[in-house]
Design a protein around this ligand. Structure first.
Ligand code: ADP
Length: 159
């Protein structure tokens, strides 16, 4: 049973994240989204909201689960007995940060391998911050996020 964890902020989850999750789910027996609870970041959506939206979006992915954690990802991997830590790689500019994180995670937990996956080119330019900016100004993001995510964002961003 080979488990992988997919940690991130997911504020909110996008089709880019879901593309990565689908690829990971084809490679591993189980993939667990881990919504990071980070007190130094101020997310728009609460942890519970982010978890719920991912659960809805991954409802048809049989071997994908969702949880949240305030712990070090290296420790989450240990507790879950995960063999891999999934991250998405969009541009060369992502690489430097992901490389640094991978090195630190190898130091903290040598038993979990970092696996960097590249999404479909449709999602290369996509990130959660841009989505929030466009929704705030009523732009069309239907190609990038599910309707349930759009509704949650509109609820927070448009009064
Ligand atoms: P974090 O704050 O941990 O970077 P994010 O939610 O922004 O959290 O991203 C989580 C992971 O998903 C990261 O590895 C990021 O590179 C990846 N990711 C984000 N957006 C996309 C996308 N459009 N396509 C592929 N991977 C993505």
């Amino acid at each position: 049973m080979k488990k992988a964890i997919y940690p991130g902020s997911f504020d909110p989850v996008t089709y880019g994240h879901l593309d990565i999750a689908q690829r990971a789910a084809a490679l591993f027996d189980e993939v667990i989204f881990v919504v990071a609870v980070n007190p130094t970041k101020a997310p728009l959506l609460s942890t519970a909201e982010r978890v719920k939206l991912i659960e809805i979006a991954t409802g048809d992915m049989k071997n994908v689960k969702v949880t949240s954690s305030a712990d070090l990802i290296a420790n989450v991997a240990r507790v879950e007995s995960a063999v891999a830590l999934i991250r998405g790689l969009r541009h060369v500019s992502d690489f430097e940060y992901e490389f640094q994180m991978a090195m630190m995670n190898y130091h903290l937990n040598p038993d979990v391998s970092t696996v960097l996956l590249i999404p479909d080119e449709k999602y290369i330019h996509l990130n959660s911050t841009v989505i929030k900016d466009i929704v705030r100004l009523n732009g069309d993001v239907s190609r990038y996020i599910p309707d349930t995510v759009l509704a949650a964002l509109q609820n927070k961003l448009i009064s």
